[in-house]
Design a protein around this ligand. Sequence first.
Ligand code: G1P
Length: 287
Amino acid sequence: MKKISKAVFPVGGMGTRFLPATKSIPKELLPIIDKPLIQYAVEEAIMADIDTLIFITSASKHAISDHFDPMPDLREKFMRQNKIQLLEKLDTLPLSITRVFIPQGQPLGLGHAVLQAEAMIEEDEYFAVILADDFIVGDNSTTAELIQVATDQRAATISVEQVPEKRISSYGVIAPDTWTGNFCQVKSIVEKPSVADAPSDFGVIGRYVLPHKIFDYLKQTQEDKNNEIQLTDAIQGLVDENLLRAVKLSGQRFDCGSHAGFVLANLHVAMQNEELKETIVEHVNNV
Ligand code: G1P
C-alpha cells in the first residue's frame, strides 16, 4: 500500500451550536485554553507522518489559513526582542508541510465536504479525515494508530469508543464483529440512530482512514432529510465489501461540538497546570 501522507480537515461547517462566537470565528479556532482545536488536530496529523493538509473550507474561514501563516513581521519583532517563548508560539505549522485550501461551495454535510478532496487523492491512495471538534487527550496517536491498522489490514479504519445511551443519537454507531486486540471488522454502520435502533454502544469519533473508492460511494449517496450527504452512509459501501475496521480509541475524547464537551476539555487541560488547578479548586470550593 502507498504511504498514507494526506489528511483532510472538513472545516466548512457553520458551527451553529456555538453562535454567536462562530459569527466571525470558525468553530475550529475555538481554543482549549490558548491553543485552537484545529492546531491540536494538525499536530496529531503531523505525529502520524502526514505531510499534506487539505482543508475543506467555507467563505468565512480565512482565519484558519491565517492561523497557519508564518507571520514573518511578528516573528522578526519577537526575534529582535529576544522573546523566544512567544516566537515558539508562532510556529503553528512547519513550512515543510503542504497546505491546500478547497472551498466546499455549499454546506451540504460532512460527506459532501470530504468529496471536495477527490482531485487531491490518487486512485490507489488512502487518506486520513480528521474532525477538529473531536478533541483527544492522550499521546496524540489516534490517527497514527488508524493508519497502522489500515496499512496492516489493507482496509479503511475508523476510531470508536463506547458512549453512554444519552449520547448515542449524536454519533455514527457501528455493529462490531469479533474484536482482535484493539480492532474489529464492522458489520454495519448507521448515522445518529435512536437508542432503540443502535446496533451497539460503539460511537464513531471524528477520525477516519479511507480509500479513494469512498468518493465513488459518496457520489452515489442520497441526501438525508436535512439535505446533507452523510459520510457514514458512504462508508456503509466499504462495510459491504468487508473493507472497514473499527479501532478502539486509546486516548480520552471530548466532543467540543457540544458546550459540555468544550467546557470539560478546557477544564481537563487546565487541571494539568498546577497554577490553574489551584485557582480552579479554590473557585469550585467557593461556589
Ligand atoms: C459527525 C459524523 C458522525 C460522527 C461524529 C463524530 O457528526 O457524522 O458519524 O460520529 O462526527 O464527532 P457531527 O459531529 O458532524 O454531527
